[in-house]
Design a protein around this ligand. Structure first.
Ligand code: CUA
Length: 321
């Protein structure tokens, strides 16, 4: 059973990447943390019959861009936000085709259809299986170096253990001389490493005034951006989030990062998938993260700290023009 579950979890991304979007798998991966269909309200509304209650196009847009619709103060979206304790639906990076597959799945489940149940995903996931992990490049060099150092340390301990058995009188003078030489050697190595790396530390220059200050408040499980500071969940009723789809390139920007519940990681990834900048989002603290985006494009934002069952759902994006 546990093995099946592990395979299901590991296999899900493979299913979603398939050319044909599987609404059931997508629902389990992206919606089930907060929504149910006909089992009663959880974090978000229960979705039974939602496709009959609301217009299809509204639902598609809401699934794709909940942050934008809240920023535009869409009346239904604003109402839902109030009803659900100010916890906004986080954008999940869902494309139109996937949104329509999700709605088809929700409609089928609402009608009591059993054929496309979420459990059916497990059978297919088992066939796909987890992909084998291959370690190449720098991680491989790091792994080999680490193992070599471990072997060396073990050999040193073995030889010390063996020499301790043959009790010869110690020459204290030469032992102290060796210790002094090792100490000077270690100091020289540390000084050289610091002299080489410290000047390259990318500490921001806080004497400059940023072009724009963006306030970020994280909560389980979304990142929200505001033009004014938001430090308590109650603020969400008055201050509305903004979408970051027009950030200027090559200008100094400052994110003031905090959290409304638990610790989160706030990490920005550049369009080519490299970690660009990151800081911690902590309740009761505001961390300032200064960035200057060089390349225009879509930047992903991910949570880098395990913050609860929906940690993997915690993502957002920003666009640099
Ligand atoms: Cu927020 Cu992990």
């Amino acid at each position: 059973m546990r093995r099946c579950l592990a395979m299901l979890v590991l296999g899900l991304p493979l299913l979603v990447d398939a050319a044909e979007v599987d609404g059931a798998a997508s629902f389990v991966q992206k919606c089930a943390a907060c929504h149910t269909i006909g089992k009663g309200q959880t974090v978000g509304p229960d979705l039974k019959g939602v496709t009959a209650r609301r217009e299809q196009d509204w639902l598609v847009r809401w699934i794709m861009h909940p942050d934008k619709m809240l920023a535009e103060k869409d009346p239904i979206a604003t109402d839902l936000l109030k009803q659900f304790n100010g916890i906004p639906m986080p954008p999940q990076g869902i494309a139109e085709e996937e949104a329509r597959a999700l709605l088809a799945y929700i409609a089928a489940q609402s009608a009591g259809e059993q054929t496309a149940s979420a459990d059916a995903g497990s059978g297919r996931a088992e066939v796909a299986g987890p992909a084998p992990i291959k370690i190449t490049g720098i991680p491989r060099i790091a792994l080999v170096t680490f193992l070599a150092i471990m072997v060396f340390i073990m050999l040193v301990f073995l030889s010390i253990g063996r020499s301790a058995r043959s009790a010869q009188p110690l020459d204290m003078k030469s032992a102290y001389r060796l210790r002094a030489r090792l100490f000077v050697g270690a100091v020289l190595i540390v000084a050289a490493v610091l002299a080489f790396t410290l000047p390259q530390t990318p500490y921001p220059d806080f004497t400059q005034t940023p072009e724009r200050v963006i306030h970020m408040a994280g909560n389980q499980y979304s990142f929200m951006f505001f033009n004014e500071p938001v430090t308590r969940a109650e603020d969400l009723a008055q201050i509305h989030p903004v979408a970051l789809d027009e950030l200027p390139a090559d200008k100094l920007l400052e994110f003031r990062v905090t959290s409304l519940d638990v610790n989160h990681g706030f990490a920005i990834y550049s369009p080519d998938g490299q970690l660009f900048a990151q800081t911690q989002a902590m309740p009761g603290y505001i961390n300032r993260l200064r960035v200057r985006f060089k390349d225009p494009g879509r930047y992903n934002i991910f949570c880098l700290e395990y913050c609860g069952a929906g940690h993997h759902l915690m993502r957002s994006e920003l666009v640099v023009r």
